[in-house]
Design a protein around this ligand. Structure first.
Ligand SMILES: Nc1ncnc2c1ncn2[C@@H]1O[C@H](COP(=O)(O)OP(=O)(O)OP(=O)(O)O)[C@@H](O)[C@H]1O
Length: 639
């Protein structure tokens, strides 16, 4: 099955073309027309391609236009380039209608190499496409994305040419001070990460949820602060407002982290407003000695290139995240690419004293020397969930099905969509606990109840999506307890500008809410969840951020919806005691290994998967593989 470029799509598989769509494909002929009519390309892919062809000053043949259009499409699906040798795979689901007309990879390369799109025209300098060779075969880029990727490649390579000048004995002393003395005979990857941070300009700290990434970062910052004499300037950032707020809360609560660090979004750090050029960049470098990016898996390639352009060569950059999670909604999967990176120049030897501290028998030693430390030990959830998550990551569908159907593994289970009694009981307990804590005005208990269970769906719409399951949950709650008021809010299912309670007298204590947009004034962010509680004669909405509980008057919240189920995408960055993951009844293009992994790892104690073993196995096998040239060296093959 085609990878990713079909799998990592923002919506369900597209419907058949309408008459209007057909009109918007005017000017497409031959294979280009077939690709449009079949749904492989959409109108925007075609229009961008036609525009590029017009601007490059010479007629462009149909085959080269097909290549260009597929490269435009690749970016739309999250890749940074088109892996030309994989075009047959990419059009796989449409093979019957498309394959007879689809040019072979060699034909595409020939046509592109001869085309003004790649080699340029005599009349002008515009060469919008770049062809490069790589270990994954020929790659075709839109020039803008090639430049960004090249910038990342060159920046990382330059940063690998030297190591920070530190005294290894001082590093060992600082690490011992922060982590305590090393235990003989055991490998502590968190310590290794701190040692590597001291001697590398770039470090990746990877790991699943609860493996101690934030814990490690707090200690790395403390080690670096000690090495810098207590005057190290630290820039902490994350791709989204919510991730930045959570990072801030976690770091502030950790006594090991240097005081007064302030986490912001990557965009804020760079002084980058929508539609403008970032304030910090090549000519105006960021003033930090250390820059930490959390949740790097969500960072787009464009943002990563801007960030690396803006850091000084002697700024340590620490990229933190889970490479198996869903990638950015924009093009690029930079964290996963950096973790998988192979080839290129050999890493510089580690300084005496540090090299010996990185155990020789470490399975990942090669990667560690390249500055990638993957934390393995889970500190948060049970072994069963970690086992299933590991099998999902390996793509071992049989093992996943065996684990979730093993009656001895109580942490994870698979239930048929016809046997929902267990889910219903959990939902009823969840609603009842929120209602009673909400009625009592007990904010901590209401928030504990809120996070005790969550229904996660792959889809937004339809009976197996958030829409259908929200109604189901509301019905269950209403049947179980006529006093609770669950689901009575007229704002159900839609955001309600102006404050939901201004218009709704039916909001009730115990009602769970989801924030759907960032609001700096209330410090609430898209994806935050809160719960309504009674407060004297009025109501409050309470949110938890780290150990702090925030209380807001309902009218201050404009963009909230009742929360009875949420998409897996939205749940990124959150964890709940128990999770019910709803699979669609038929295999869905949206349901991929990465989505399933993200869903399962939202749970701290128990995961129940609603669906069939076949759909589950299909999801494990369907992988998002974003094409990119960051995993191995690339060489431009055309001028
Ligand atoms: N070495 C350790 N010793 C004791 N507690 C630890 C250690 N490492 C992590 N923890 C604890 O385990 C929990 C999870 O750690 P942390 O939040 O750093 O994980 P994470 O990888 O950042 O998780 P997430 O990706 O979900 O944010 C925290 O309570 C943390 O304090």
């Amino acid at each position: 099955m085609s990878a990713a470029e079909t799998a990592d799509r923002p919506a369900d598989p597209r419907p058949a073309r309408t008459v209007n769509d057909a009109r918007s494909f005017a000017g497409a002929e031959g294979a280009l027309a077939t690709l449009c009519r079949s749904g492989v390309l959409d109108a925007a892919d075609l229009h961008i391609t036609q525009r590029l062809a017009r601007l490059c000053g010479e007629p462009v043949g149909e085959v080269a236009q097909v290549g260009a259009a597929l490269a435009v499409r690749a970016v739309r699906y999250g890749s940074t380039c088109l892996a030309v040798s994989r075009v047959a795979e990419i059009v796989g689901p449409w093979a019957e209608t498309v394959s007879p007309d689809l040019p072979a990879p060699e034909e595409l390369i020939r046509a592109l190499t001869d085309s003004a799109l790649v080699r340029g025209a005599g009349t002008g300098p515009l060469r919008p496409l770049v062809l490069a060779s790589s270990a994954d075969g020929p790659l075709l880029y839109l020039r803008k994305y090639f430049r960004q990727e090249q910038l990342i490649r060159e920046a990382l390579m330059a940063r690998e040419q030297t190591r920070p000048d530190v005294d290894p004995a001082a590093v060992t002393e600082a690490v011992d001070d922060v982590f305590g003395p090393a235990e003989a005979g055991s490998v502590d990857l968190q310590r290794v990460a701190a040692q590597m941070a001291a001697v590398s300009w770039t470090l990746v700290v990877a790991g699943g949820p609860g493996t101690g990434k934030t814990y490690t970062v707090a200690r790395i910052l403390s080690v670096l602060d000690r090495l810098g004499g207590g005057s190290v300037r630290i820039g902490l950032c994350a791709p989204t407002g919510r991730a930045a707020a959570q990072l801030q809360a976690a770091v502030s609560a950790d006594a090991a982290a240097p005081a007064s660090v302030h986490a912001v979004t990557v965009h804020s750090l760079l002084g980058w407003r929508p539609g403008s050029t970032p304030r910090y960049g090549r000519g105006n470098k960021l003033p930090y000695d250390v820059v930490v990016v959390d949740e790097t898996s969500m960072l787009s390639m464009t943002a990563m290139s801007r960030l690396l352009d803006a850091v000084r060569p002697d700024t340590r950059v620490i990229l933190v995240g889970d490479p198996h999670q869903l990638a950015s909604v924009e093009a690029g999967a930079v964290l996963a690419d950096l973790v998988d990176r192979e080839g290129g120049i050999a890493p510089l030897p580690l300084p005496e004293g540090i090299g010996s501290a990185v155990p020789a028998g470490l399975a990942d030693r090669d990667r560690v020397e390249r500055g990638v430390v993957t934390l393995q030990r889970g500190h948060r959830f049970g072994g069963g969930i970690a086992e299933v998550a590991g099998a999902i990551n390996r793509g071992d569908a049989d093992a996943v099905v065996a684990l979730v159907t093993d009656p001895d593994l109580t942490e994870v289970s698979l239930v048929s969509p016809d046997e929902l009694d267990g889910v219903r009981a959990d939902v009823a307990a969840w609603g009842a606990a929120m209602s009673s804590a909400g009625a009592l005005g007990d904010a901590p208990a209401a928030l504990d109840a809120l996070d005790a269970h969550r229904v996660l769906c792959a889809h937004r719409d339809g009976s197996w999506g958030v829409q259908g399951w929200s109604r189901r949950v509301v019905d269950w709650l209403a049947e179980g307890d006529t006093d609770s008021g669950h689901g009575r809010s007229p704002a159900m299912g839609s955001s309600s500008p102006g404050g939901v309670w201004a218009a709704s007298p039916t909001a009730h204590p115990g009602e769970p809410l989801l924030v759907t947009a960032n609001d700096r004034q209330t410090a609430t962010f898209n994806g935050d969840s809160g719960v309504v509680i009674r407060s004297g004669n009025t109501l409050e909405v309470v949110f938890r951020r780290g150990t702090e509980i925030r209380r807001l008057h309902p009218t201050r919240l404009a963009d909230v919806v009742p929360l009875y189920a949420m998409t897996i995408h939205r749940s990124q960055g959150s964890q709940f005691d128990g999770v019910t993951v709803v699979l669609p009844p038929e295999g869905s293009e949206l349901l991929t290994r990465e989505l399933l992994y993200t869903a399962v790892t939202r749970a701290r104690r128990h995961v129940r998967i609603v669906g069939s073993a076949d759909v589950l196995a299909a999801a494990v096998r369907r992988r998002v593989q974003r094409a990119s040239g960051l995993r191995s060296p690339v060489a431009v093959t055309t001028p």
